[in-house]
Design a protein around this ligand. Sequence first.
Ligand code: TZP
Ligand code: MG
Length: 202
Amino acid sequence: MPFDLSLYLVTDAELCAEIGLEKTVEAAVQGGITMVQLRDKDASDEHMIAQAKRLKAILAGSGVPLIINDRLNVALASQADGLHVGQSDMAIHEARDALGPHAILGLSINTLAQLQGAPVELLDYVGIGPVFATVSKQDHAQPIGFDGLAQLATACQLPSVAIGGLKAEHIAQVKAAGANGIAVISAICGQPDPRLAAQAFS
Ligand code: TZP
Ligand code: MG
């Protein structure tokens, strides 16, 4: 599946609880998001597979790929479009072997050493961050700011998406740093109108 990192929504079930995860994603698609990552650190695999299948149905025909955070088995069972892994989640070659050549595979990076250690030939994109400190991810790595983002995005041969504390007002700086797109949780999840919140990025 072709993909566009321009506006990448990472979901948070708790933040979306009031409006609902599906309704949030549906509205965000109307607002122009280009990718969705289902991220839930607490849910059981069964719950996450069921959630992924519901999101897949919502995204059908939209051209917006569904990426699963961390859990290869969930990505496989739900026939999601791809998987996003962190530095300590699993070996990239294992993920690629299991997913096959067509799945979208992304990796989080925070330092130049991590970028240099990444098997770029097996990856489709990297997530770079956190740019700023954020309460949306527990125990996140050291924030890198726009200077760190620029250093990593420039050194990177792969498409990249910036993440961490980013809002619509940061688009110009993200682009100037050389990233292909912007990934957000709280700028869309938990916003009173997720469609308008997504539109604010265009
Ligand atoms: N990875 C690095 S920062 C982050 C993740 C998943 C959370 C981003 O959330 P927010 O609310 O957009 O700062
Ligand atoms: Mg992870």
